[in-house]
Design a protein around this ligand. Structure first.
Ligand code: EPU
Length: 336
């Protein structure tokens, strides 16, 4: 176990925001974390982070920040059709996706190159290009940060929904995710829910398309649309795409016939990027925080922005969207 007092979090959040943690603790096994939690009498606030790719620090964190250093992947069991892999929460997400594509475990290729770690993928229910991780999670191993107890949360217990799990709701702050079990297919079937992926499969023919072709296509699309956090601080989509009732949508469609939308079980999902762009924010900035020029859903740190500058811009943008469309857009990023 490694510990740092007064640790800078600058390199632990992809927004590149300067903030400090009173204590930063990196653990290398479940037992190390359990022992720490059981012996710690400080009654401190606690926060478990991955790569900090979905976090916005608006102040120093006067408490303990945990990070998992377990990065192994174990094949737990398999049959003819599927394999169950147990993965350390600290494994970089895209290393895991690359491992799966290389070893013939399929399903995650559309989720290539999402920043972050495996543990956070189960908290956030990451999704992109027609796939969501909840479909592949079998269960999640967690340590209770108050008692040190080890628990297994099965997929159905986790309350998964769009960019949501109980770890973001009623369980917030209670658990550290230490391992995740994934159930993956041993036969490759391209996920063609997203138009750009569907086009490739149609152009190349289903037989010629492999998981690594899809992975490369997704990486190319991401490079084209999304800023590299090593160059321009950001946390991917800053807002969630709002879901509105059908009647509300039909009214909007009368006024804006080109409005993009997707039908989902709970209503009509509208891309927040489109709403923000229509408000004229794409490529604009307020102080050192800006709306990315190629994807209006992404807020970028133009250099040295504070968390509060990002918050001020996000308030202004969501206020403008509300005034123009009557729709509230909510952040996907977790504010600390
Ligand atoms: N659009 C605009 N202007 C913009 C951005 C988008 O008009 O500036 C419109 C376009 O019509 C476009 C549609 O919105 O066709 C959808 O855009 P895109 O395919 O880029 O997806 P998104 O809905 O903006 C979501 C995820 C992304 C994910 C992409 C691809 C959320 C909050 N975001 O964005 O996830 O990569 O789909 O599947 O659901 C992330 O979570 O960090 C993230 C980047």
């Amino acid at each position: 176990m490694k510990k740092w007092n007064g640790c800078s979090l600058l390199n632990h959040n992809t927004f590149g925001i300067e903030a400090k943690a009173r204590l930063f603790v990196e653990y290398g096994s479940v037992e190390e974390l359990q022992n720490f939690v059981r012996s710690d009498q400080s009654d401190s606030k606690m926060l478990h982070i991955g790569q900090g790719s979905n976090l916005l620090f608006t102040q120093d964190f006067d408490g303990i920040v945990f990070h998992c250093n377990m990065t192994g992947t174990i094949l737990e069991r398999e049959d003819e059709n599927s394999a169950i892999l147990k993965v350390g929460a600290g494994m970089p997400w895209d290393d895991f996706v690359a491992f799966c594509v290389d070893h013939g475990y399929y399903g995650l290729e559309n989720l290539s190159q999402i920043p972050g770690e495996v543990g956070a993928s189960a908290v956030q229910n990451i999704g992109a290009y027609g796939a969501e991780v909840k479909k592949f999670i079998e269960s999640v191993e967690v340590v209770n940060l108050f008692t040190g107890e080890l628990e297994i949360k099965h997929n159905v217990d986790c309350g998964y929904a769009y960019r949501y799990s109980n770890f973001k709701g009623p369980w917030r702050g209670k658990y550290a995710v230490t391992h995740v079990w994934f159930s993956l297919d041993k036969t490759f079937r391209p996920n063609t829910n997203y138009a750009a992926v569907r086009n490739i499969v149609e152009e190349m023919g289903a037989d010629a398309v492999s998981a690594s072709v899809i992975r490369q296509k997704i990486i190319d699309i991401r490079k084209e649309k999304l800023p590299d956090p090593n160059v321009l601080g950001n946390a991917g989509s800053f807002f969630m795409n709002p879901i509105v009732e059908k009647e509300t949508f039909l009214e909007l469609q009368k006024k804006y016939p080109d409005i993009p939308y997707y039908e989902v079980a709970t209503g009509i999902k509208i891309p927040a990027g489109w709403l923000i762009e229509k408000c004229g924010w794409k490529g604009r900035h307020l102080g050192r925080a800006g709306i990315y020029e190629k994807q209006a859903l992404v807020i970028v740190n133009l250099g040295g922005a504070t968390g509060n500058e990002i918050v001020t811009l996000s308030h202004k943008v969501s206020q403008d969207v509300y005034e123009k469309f009557g729709i509230s857009i909510k952040p996907e990023v977790n504010w600390i």
